[in-house]
Design a protein around this ligand. Structure first.
Ligand code: PMM
Length: 252
């Protein structure tokens, strides 16, 4: 199981309070993650916190590109957490290897053709709408069946646009248009996602469904979650702290 370490270059990410906003601080944190054995560093410039407003394309590029350029020399894989095709393209040109699109191709009509041309790995996450309005769409009959159907629809569009099957990774998008019960049901039935044959990424780190008001206090629950996923055939976990997860995985 791979560990994807979160590097949010945003002033308002809910879980680390914008601690890694400055380029220098982001680079220092990236160095730490490399020392802790991170497999992929996920660089993101736009907060997807529930209710978050969007930032401009220019602002997003200004946040992520200097960080990617600098850490591309660290010898670790970099993913770019973006819903914008232009950011994806520039990030890959700057040294990133993977596009992590929380909108699963829904936010930018150019995303699939861009990723197809870049020939890079693409993380296609289940998503219904932008963060500002996402909680109002947390309505499902059978959450797993609907997430799978909506993911399949986007997978088909990606394949049609020329994205290679072997470059796709899927993600159920915990917390994105999902309430506490939905998130837990997805985790309980994660084998149904794995049965698609696509590699599965799980991003539950410090999210609200893990309980409590303070994201920093959800760390133990996040590590428990990684432990509970071991041996199930999950491709990777997207997490804030790297070492505890590497330790838990290594102990198996
Ligand atoms: N969650 C967030 C951001 N990006 N990417 C993927 N693939 N999966 C996720 O679950 C996901 C993501 C929101 O969390 P953050 O603000 O802590 O980064």
């Amino acid at each position: 199981m791979l560990v994807m370490g979160i590097l949010n270059v945003t002033p308002d990410s809910f879980a680390d309070g914008g601690k890694h906003f400055t380029v220098d601080a982001a680079i220092d944190r990236a160095k730490e993650m490399v020392a802790e054995g991170v497999d992929i560093i996920d660089v993101g410039g736009e907060s997807t916190r529930p209710g978050a407003e969007r930032i401009s394309l220019e602002e997003e590029l200004n946040r992520v590109l200097p960080v990617i350029k600098e850490i591309s020399g660290f010898g670790v894989k970099i993913s770019i957490d973006t819903t914008r095709a232009e950011v994806a393209r520039k990030a890959i040109e700057a040294g990133a290897a993977i596009v992590n699109d929380v909108s699963g191709g829904k936010a930018d009509p150019e995303m699939f053709s861009t990723v197809a041309a870049l020939k890079c790995k693409y993380i296609l996450m289940h998503w219904r709408t932008h963060s500002k309005d996402m909680n109002s769409l947390a309505v499902y009959g059978d959450v797993v069946a609907e997430v799978l159907a909506e993911l399949t629809e986007q997978i088909e569009k990606a394949l049609l646009a020329g994205v290679k099957k072997e470059n796709l990774v899927i993600d159920p998008g915990l917390g994105f248009s999902k309430d506490i019960k939905h998130n837990w049901e997805i985790l309980e039935r994660v084998d149904e996602l794995i049965a698609t044959g696509y590699p599965v990424l799980i991003g539950g780190s410090r999210k609200r469904f893990l309980g409590g008001d303070d994201p920093a206090k959800r760390e133990a629950a996040t590590v428990d979650l990684t432990r509970s996923l071991l041996g199930k055939g999950i491709w990777g976990v997207r997490v804030h702290s790297v070492k505890p997860h590497k330790d838990v995985i290594g102990a198996m």
